[in-house]
Design a protein around this ligand. Structure first.
Ligand code: URA
Ligand code: SF4
Length: 193
């Protein structure tokens, strides 16, 4: 099967998915968006209010910050791929539950296998925790490891070369100092491939 079709098939499964309770309260699932040939794949946490309405990742305030950060390294959304740990919005934007993460992450795994990015950039703690566990990396506080490049070997059909933990762009909307940290970390991202 062609990669486009494979990705399309995953999106269809997500649209019909009832593997956890979140399908009951979602307006639209948010599968992900971007380029099949992306070299960088961003992993956020879960859709928020606007993402749930539009069915697109990072279209609210955090998305505006993400667009600015991408522009700061001369990239556009279509140059990368943007996915989330959870594909449906947790009510009131509460944290993802462990069972929801377990139910939903096979979709993210499949997206990684199809897209085969060179770099996975994690956005926020839930993404960091999932990706670090998956690739057998030892977790540490985001304040200590943000913007650092972690090199990993191939596992289970995914030839990722680098993982770069980043703060979630939403932090920049309530703490302006964090914007500076994110801008610096995006420079690392640019050099990283
Ligand atoms: N925050 C996320 O983690 N993901 C989105 O898609 C939007 C906001
Ligand atoms: Fe399915 Fe994931 Fe949505 Fe739960 S969050 S219903 S597992 S797509």
């Amino acid at each position: 099967m062609r990669r486009e079709e494979e990705l399309e098939r995953i999106e269809q499964s997500i649209k019909a998915c009832k593997r956890c309770e979140l399908w009951k309260t979602r307006t639209n699932p948010v599968a992900g968006a971007g380029s099949l040939s992306a070299r960088i794949l961003f992993v956020g946490e879960a859709p928020g209010y606007y993402e749930d309405l539009k069915g697109e990742p990072f279209v609210g305030k955090a998305g505006k910050v993400l667009d600015e950060l991408l522009a700061s390294i001369e990239l556009q959304r279509n140059d990368v791929y943007i996915a989330n740990v959870l594909k449906c919005r947790p009510p009131g934007n509460r944290n993802p539950a462990t069972e929801e993460i377990r139910a939903c992450t096979p979709y993210l795994d499949a997206q990684l296998e199809i897209i085969q990015p060179e770099i996975i950039a994690t956005l926020g703690n839930f993404s960091l925790a999932y990706i670090f566990d998956k690739f057998g990396l030892k977790k540490d506080k985001i304040s200590r490891i943000h913007g650092k490049v972690f090199t990993v070997s191939t596992i289970a059909g995914i030839k990722i070369k680098k993982i770069i933990p980043l703060y979630h762009p939403a932090v920049a909307t309530y703490n302006p100092n964090m914007k500076g940290a994110l801008i610096e970390d995006f420079k690392v991202l640019k050099k990283g491939f």
